[in-house]
Design a protein around this ligand. Structure first.
Ligand SMILES: [Mg+2]
Length: 122
C-alpha cells in the first residue's frame, strides 16, 4: 500500500515517513497541494495524509481536487496553528471529503491506527 504525505513542514513529513515506512507502507511526499496532486497523478497512492494550511495550494482545495479525480482515495486531513484554528478547518475538511481529521500536534499512534482502519476497509 502506498501513502502520500502532503505537508509544507519537512519535519512532519519526515516523522510521518519514518512511522509509515516502519509500518511497511511505501511513502511519497509533497510539500504543497499542487505538488501533491502531480505526485498522485503519477504514482496513485491508496491514502493521502494532507496538511490544511500550505503555500501554493491549501488543503481544502487539494482535498476537493483529489476526491474528484480519485473518488476511492482515502484522505486524512491534519491541521493546527495558522490564522484559522483547527476547530474551524477540520469540520470543513470533512465536508470537503476527508475521511478523518486530526489536529496538530497529533498522537502518532492514533494516526497510525486511522491509517490501518482506512486501508483495511478497502
Ligand atoms: Mg502547514
Amino acid at each position: 500500500m502506498k501513502i502520500l504525505v502532503i505537508d509544507d513542514d519537512a519535519q512532519i513529513r519526515l516523522m510521518l515517513r519514518e512511522m509509515l515506512a516502519w509500518e511497511g507502507y511505501d511513502v511519497l511526499e509533497a510539500a504543497n497541494g499542487r505538488e501533491g496532486l502531480l505526485v498522485q497523478r503519477q504514482q496513485a497512492a491508496d491514502l493521502v495524509i494532507t496538511d490544511l494550511i500550505m503555500p501554493e495550494q491549501e488543503g481544502l482545495e487539494t482535498i476537493t481536487f483529489l476526491k474528484s479525480e480519485f473518488p476511492d482515495l482515502k484522505i486524512i486531513a491534519v491541521s493546527g496553528g495558522g490564522r484559522v484554528s483547527a476547530d474551524q478547518y477540520l469540520p470543513m475538511a470533512q465536508e470537503f471529503g476527508a475521511d478523518m481529521v486530526f489536529s496538530k500536534p497529533f498522537d502518532i499512534r492514533q494516526l497510525s491506527a486511522a491509517v490501518k482502519q482506512l486501508l483495511g476497509a478497502q
